[in-house]
Ligand binder design. Structure first.
Ligand SMILES: [Mn+2]
Length: 402
């Protein structure tokens, strides 16, 4: 907790001096100062260099407490006993988590050499809309209200509802390349509900990842789907529609309700498994370390998730190796003293991502609370949130939310 406070001290609150045209009707602009202040926007300047942590023996957590609440598949909500809805890690791979290195070599062998590039055109990625829909969480909220006769998390300062990937994009920001921004919208519904989604005006991601125009990059991206096909089996192998876990995280007096896509369930360990397909990697390479850190962050909002990495030969697309990490092991590898230091990249210290993320949640909620005090809590309000890789945070109250 102390680190969170330090980080908050490092962030100095100041109003944006930029002038915005078209002030809200009925709101008098303050003229006391010759430089008109835009009272719709708050900018918090980041201080990345102050985001330092002391050495952590114990792995820090992104949340104070976490719970899994439901499963969402094909537009329907299920109870937590329907693990069969997730793709199941195939038996030999499921055993890797608990095996010795020699056993592991045996278990992995049948999968090596399989092509991850074949039939790559049969896979279709989620559309932008599918990626961002709040259907899973809103279905859960409706059901909660019906069965409990009260609103979910009504005693909390805020309930943030979102897809996990938005929170991951924010948590990785201090380690992201220069000029990286995350642009989100935050819709407030009277009560305490904040729904965070992609800002549709932000199309910087339209041509990256699976949506790339580059055929080679496309193959590489689709190798991730091929890996899921090879390492898992589903009750209905033809459709393979994604299955989501609905997860609750508590951070101070804020509750987050997140929709998380689950790649696989491991019936042997009863852990969820995040599958990654990487080219041959090593922890000494800064770009590889960032990717490994992102996997650690991504799995950090669900209590028990392991990471299985399929290593492909990028030339031939063949599976070369399968490696398994639990979050503790990956954490210890990322903070290993034997790695070359990357001070300009905050040494890819996972503990720093936790400090940053928790302070960010605090900054977002306190700033939005103060803007709501100004613009009213009794009607819906819309905010845009912009955060950059220098940890600058800009929150703007949008006029005319419709
Ligand atoms: Mn994955």
């Amino acid at each position: 907790m102390e680190e969170v406070v330090n980080q908050l001290e490092a962030l100095s609150l100041s109003n944006d001096k930029r002038r915005v045209k078209g002030q809200r009707k009925g709101k008098k602009k303050k003229h006391g100062n010759s430089r008109a202040r835009d009272d719709h926007t708050v900018v918090i300047r980041g201080n990345k260099q102050r985001l330092k942590t002391s050495h952590h023996k114990n792995m820090p957590q992104f949340y104070d407490s976490a719970k899994t609440l439901g499963i969402f598949h094909d537009h329907k909500l299920y109870e937590m006993n329907r693990m069969d809805l997730f793709p199941q890690l195939k038996d030999p791979i499921a055993h890797i988590a608990k095996s010795t290195p020699a056993e592991k070599t045996q278990l992995v062998r049948p999968f090596l050499g399989i092509s991850l590039y074949e039939n790559h055109d049969k896979y279709s990625p989620m559309t932008a809309k599918e990626l961002d829909t709040t259907e899973a969480c809103s279905t859960y909220l409706d059901q909660y209200e019906n069965s409990h006769g009260q609103k979910y998390g009504e005693d909390r300062d805020f309930v943030i509802v979102t897809a996990r990937h938005h929170m991951i994009d924010l948590a990785i920001l201090p380690f992201s390349r220069q000029f990286t921004n995350v642009n989100l919208l935050c819709a407030y519904t009277p009560g305490n509900l904040l729904e965070i989604s992609q800002d549709p005006a932000d199309n910087t991601n339209d041509k990256v990842g699976v949506n790339t125009d580059n055929p080679i990059l496309k193959k590489i991206c689709f190798s991730g789907f091929a890996l899921e096909d090879i390492l898992t089996e589903s009750a209905n192998d033809e459709e393979r529609n994604p299955t989501f876990l609905i997860v609750e995280n508590e951070i101070a007096n804020t509750r987050l309700l997140m929709r998380c896509e689950i790649d696989a369930y491991n019936p042997i360990t009863s852990h969820y498994t995040e599958l990654k397909c990487y080219a041959k990697y090593n922890f000494g390479n800064p770009n590889h370390r960032r990717k490994l850190l992102k996997s650690w962050i991504q799995t950090g909002v669900i209590p028990t998730t392991d990471i299985v990495i399929g290593v492909r030969d990028t030339e031939s697309g063949c599976l070369q190796d399968v490696r398994c990490y639990n979050r503790n092991l990956l954490y210890n590898k990322l903070i290993s003293k034997s790695l070359p230091r990357c001070d300009s990249e905050l040494n890819y210290d996972p503990a720093i991502s936790v400090v940053w993320y928790r302070s960010l949640i605090n900054t977002l909620t306190t700033t939005i609370a103060s803007l709501l005090d100004k613009f009213g809590r009794d009607e819906p309000q819309l905010f845009s949130i912009k955060v950059d890789n220098n940890c600058n945070i800009r929150i703007e109250h949008r006029q005319n939310p419709n």
